[in-house]
Write a protein that binds this ligand. Structure first.
Ligand SMILES: CC(C)(COP(=O)(O)OP(=O)(O)OC[C@H]1O[C@@H](n2cnc3c(N)ncnc32)[C@H](O)[C@@H]1OP(=O)(O)O)[C@@H](O)C(=O)NCCC(=O)NCCS
Length: 156
């Protein structure tokens, strides 16, 4: 999958995420305000996530560097997306939309009719983006989470 929207834009390709993308992906997440990072964004956790949800997460590359990511998965009923990020230098060229559309298509092909994303309430760019994607902001739900605990990923 390759995109080069504008003549002067660098060529960006998108492929399924690999565990080996972790260090560059983590660097992108760290510099992308709006990505909620927790202690569980370790190489082992990413490996486990990709293994449990094969093929849904995507990495965008430009000149061999990770410039975009999305983590996608499902529980058999609903899809979830995490860690959508596009390098600041490549924003507003449709890459975020492309990552979401591709991931969503893969989830739909797997029989998942509905997907959710959690956006940090203060992330105005993120909220605008998802609205622009045609996703509906929910005001009828409150999110409850268990206390955060560091656990080891299950052994394969
Ligand atoms: C959110 C993010 C992934 C969008 O990536 P992107 O490649 O710039 O998005 P796109 O170019 O596909 O934008 C699609 C549409 O979303 C809207 N949009 C995107 N960024 C926007 C911004 N900063 N302000 C207002 N609208 C915005 C626009 O309508 C845009 O279409 P347009 O450029 O034709 O007007 C990127 O800004 C990012 O990485 N942000 C930091 C991390 C983050 O907040 N991630 C989301 C966590 S839920």
């Amino acid at each position: 999958m390759t995109t080069s929207k504008k003549a002067e834009s660098p060529t960006v390709s998108i492929r399924p995420m690999r565990a080996g993308d972790h260090s560059q992906a983590l660097a992108l997440w760290k510099r992308s305000k709006g990505v909620g990072l927790r202690g569980d964004d370790t190489p082992a956790q990413l490996t486990a996530y990709l293994k449990r949800n094969p093929g849904f997460s995507l990495t965008a590359l430009s000149e061999g560097k990770v410039v975009g990511t999305i983590l996608g998965g499902h529980d058999g009923r609903r899809g979830t997306m995490f860690h959508l990020a596009v390098d600041e230098t490549l924003r507003r060229r449709g890459l975020g939309r492309q990552l979401v559309d591709l991931c969503l298509r893969k989830l739909e092909r797997a029989g998942i009719p509905r997907t959710h994303v959690m956006v940090i309430a203060t992330n105005r760019t993120g909220r605008r983006f998802w609205k622009q994607m045609g996703w509906a902001e929910r005001h009828d739900l409150a999110l409850f989470s268990s206390p955060f605990k560091k656990v080891r990923p299950a052994k394969p």
